[in-house]
Design a protein around this ligand. Structure first.
Ligand code: NAD
Length: 383
C-alpha cells in the first residue's frame, strides 16, 4: 500500500465557502483522516497550496491551519507541474476566466457553483475542458444533505407511488447590515457583482430537481428586490440591485410539478432553512437539511374543513421520522473524495462542468421568464 500526493491549488480560501467547507471541513479533514483510500488500497493525500490576493490574509490562514504552502502568485502556482488540480471558490464572476487559465495550464479543475454568471461562458469552459481531456467537476452539495439523501432513499424504495408534486421553501432573514451585521457578503445583493438569489439558488435547484424528481423541462419565475438598501462589510450604505426573493414553478419530465419559494427576506417558521414537501399517491415526505418526516397513504388522517371550530388536531403528530440507519459525512468532503477518486483512479463522477452549465442555463431561463412574464422551455444541453 502506498500513499500518493495530490497537489491542489486552492483559490478563494479566504472566503466563507472556501475556508469553512472546502479547506477546513474537506481538504484538512481528509488529511487528518489519512487521505482518500482508492480501490486498490492506496491512499491519496491532498497537498494544498493556498492562493489569494491579500498576502497577509493568506499567510495568516496558512499559519493558522498549518498549511506549509501559500502564494499570491496564481500564474506561478499554475506553472508548477507538481500541482495537478485547481480549485476555485472565489467570486462567481471571476470563475470562467480562472478555470480557463487553469485548464490551459493542463490542470484538472473543481469549483464552487455557479460555474459562470451566463451560459455562454459556462459552455465555453465545458468545451475547453472536454477538448483538453482534463477531469472536471463542480459542487452539487445539496444532493449530499442527509435530508435529501433520505428523499432519494424513499423514492428508490417506491414509497411515494406516483410522485405528484414538490414544494420547496428556502430562506431566512439576512440582516440589512445597519444595526446588525449582515451574515452574507454584500456582493450577493448587487447584480453587477454576480449577486442575486436567482443566480445563487436556481443553479442548486436544477441538480436537485434533475437528480431527485425528474429533469426540468420548463420554468416560470418571478423575482423581487424586497430590501433595496443594505450596508456592506465596511458599514457603507449601498443600493441592493439584485433580486433577493424569487418564486419559481418547474415542470419536470415524468409529470411532477415543483414549486420553490426562495427568499433572504423571510422569517423562518418551519422545521429548517430549506424544506421540501414531496407528495405522491402512496405517501408524502417533508425533508429539511438533515431530518425527513413521512406519512404513508395508510396513515393519512381524514381532515375535515371546519372554520367554525378552533383547531384541536395536531397535524405534526401524524408524521413519522425516517430513522438514521446510516452515518452521514460532510457533503462537501464526500464530494471532494469522489472527485479525488475520479482524478486518481478514473472513478465515475457525475457532477461535471456540463452539469454545472445546466444550472446556469436554468438561471438564464428563470431570468427570461421573469422579464417576459411567461413559461420558458429548457432545451437539452450538450457540450
Ligand atoms: N455551494 C454552496 O452552497 C454555496 C454557498 C455560498 C456560496 N457559494 C459560492 O461560493 C463562491 C464564494 O462565495 P462566498 O459566499 O464564499 O463569498 P465570499 O465573499 O465570502 O468569498 C469570496 C472569495 O473570493 C475572493 N475574491 C473576491 N474578489 C476576487 C477577485 N476579484 N479575485 C480573486 N479573488 C477574489 C475573496 O477574497 C474571498 O476569498 C461563490 O461562487 C458562491 O456562489 C456556494
Amino acid at each position: 500500500m502506498t500513499t500518493q500526493r495530490l497537489g491542489v491549488i486552492m483559490n478563494g480560501v479566504t472566503g466563507r465557502m472556501g475556508l469553512n467547507q472546502h479547506l477546513i471541513r474537506s481538504i484538512l479533514a481528509i488529511r487528518d483522516r489519512g487521505g482518500v483510500v482508492l480501490k486498490n488500497g492506496d491512499r491519496v493525500m491532498p497537498d494544498p497550496i493556498l492562493v489569494g490576493r491579500d498576502a497577509g490574509k493568506v499567510e495568516g490562514l496558512a499559519k493558522r491551519f498549518n498549511v506549509p504552502r501559500w502564494t499570491t502568485d496564481l500564474d506561478g502556482a499554475l506553472a508548477d507541474q507538481n500541482d495537478t488540480l485547481f480549485f476555485d471558490a472565489a467570486t462567481t464572476q471571476a470563475r470562467p476566466q480562472l478555470l480557463t487559465q487553469a485548464i490551459n495550464a493542463g490542470k484538472h479543475v473543481y469549483c464552487e457553483k455557479p460555474i459562470a454568471t451566463n451560459l455562454e461562458e459556462a459552455l465555453a469552459v465545458v468545451k475547453l475542458a472536454n477538448a483538453r481531456g482534463i477531469k472536471h467537476g463542480t459542487v452539487q452539495d445539496k444532493l449530499f444533505l442527509p435530508g435529501l439523501k433520505k428523499l432519494a432513499f424513499l423514492r428508490d424504495s417506491g414509497f411515494f407511488g406516483r410522485m405528484l408534486s414538490v414544494r420547496g421553501e428556502f430562506g431566512y432573514w439576512v440582516f440589512e447590515g445597519d444595526w446588525q451585521e449582515a451574515q452574507r457578503p454584500s456582493w450577493n445583493y448587487r447584480t453587477e457583482d454576480g449577486g442575486g438569489i436567482i443566480l445563487d439558488m436556481i443553479c442548486h435547484w436544477r441538480y436537485v430537481l434533475d437528480n431527485l424528481f425528474g429533469e426540468v423541462e420548463s420554468i416560470s419565475c418571478f423575482g423581487t428586490t424586497d430590501i433595496p438598501e443594505r450596508w456592506d462589510e465596511k458599514n457603507r450604505k449601498y443600493k441592493a440591485t439584485a433580486d433577493d426573493s424569487a418564486y419559481a414553478t418547474f415542470r419536470l419530465n415524468g409529470g411532477v410539478i415543483a414549486h420553490i419559494n426562495m427568499s433572504w427576506a423571510t422569517r423562518v417558521y418551519r422545521d429548517d432553512l430549506v424544506t421540501f414537501q414531496v407528495d405522491g399517491t402512496h405517501g408524502s415526505a417533508v425533508a429539511g437539511l438533515t431530518d425527513c418526516m413521512i406519512q404513508a397513504r395508510q396513515a393519512t388522517p381524514r381532515p375535515v374543513w371546519n372554520p367554525d371550530e378552533k383547531r384541536t388536531h395536531d397535524f405534526y403528530a401524524d408524521w413519522q421520522s425516517v430513522p438514521e440507519n446510516t452515518t452521514y459525512d460532510n457533503g462537501f468532503k464526500e464530494q471532494w473524495e469522489m472527485f479525488i477518486r475520479h482524478v486518481c483512479e478514473d472513478a465515475p463522477y457525475k457532477y461535471t462542468l456540463l452539469e454545472g452549465a445546466k444550472g446556469v442555463q436554468l438561471v438564464e431561463c428563470a431570468l427570461q421568464s421573469w422579464k417576459e412574464r411567461r413559461w420558458i422551455d429548457v432545451s437539452p444541453l450538450k457540450a
